[in-house]
Design a protein around this ligand. Sequence first.
Ligand code: MF3
Ligand code: CO
Length: 251
Amino acid sequence: MIEIKRPEEIGRMRRSGRVAAQVLAAVREHVKPGITTQELDDVAKEMIRKLGARSAFLNYRGYPRYICVSINEEVVHGIPGTRRIKEGDIVSIDVGVVCDGYIGDNAATVAVGKVDPEILRLVRTTEEALYAAIDRIRPGRRLGEVGYAIETTARRAGFSVVREFVGHGVGRHLHEDPQVPNFGPPESGPVLVEGMTLAIEPMLNLGSDAVVVKEDGWTAVTADGSPSAHFEHTVVVSSGVAEILTCAGKK
Ligand code: MF3
Ligand code: CO
């Protein structure tokens, strides 16, 4: 069942969205050669505490850290640990927080120093795909427009779209209905209604779309070892264009 949020709930989600974005911004600033992914998790932990929130990921189905950090061939759900970031890496940071019972979920891929131009193009295209998808959201349109916009943007640029992981409804729970695939025909899926809150999260690969999950049970990597990028925003379907809730600025 897709829940339609009341205005008061959307107000709370604006807050959690802002906090999620502020934490993501803080972590991004620390992404530099030499830092370990655990140190990035520590930055997130401290910032989340300071802002009076909780991690939406910690202990979710046994997930052991505050955020996810996925480097290069890692697609999503990288567990922070001893791996050190180096020049030329791309680093995907995924942050979900709970604030006052409601969740904000967002992610971005950061290029570290001088990155191969083709990989940089992958990162930029993935972000572009996210915004192309958000641009299609209107009440009365179908959710398939989102996946169609993402897949079209990826294809045109020559990249593949990960199919094993999808976006999702979000609110009191991290994963609510509906699932939001990053592919498929525009005339598919439920009709969008004002007050639906969605996490839109395209994952694009430089090579094939196939992914495998590592022995740690979480880290998803590309099957061919090619780099992968990931961007995510939490949005609310509104009367005109969708409102992006995961904005660090005021509001
Ligand atoms: N943004 C991801 C998602 O919505 C992050 C989940 S990480 C987990 O699926 F640890 F919480 F699973
Ligand atoms: Co998500």
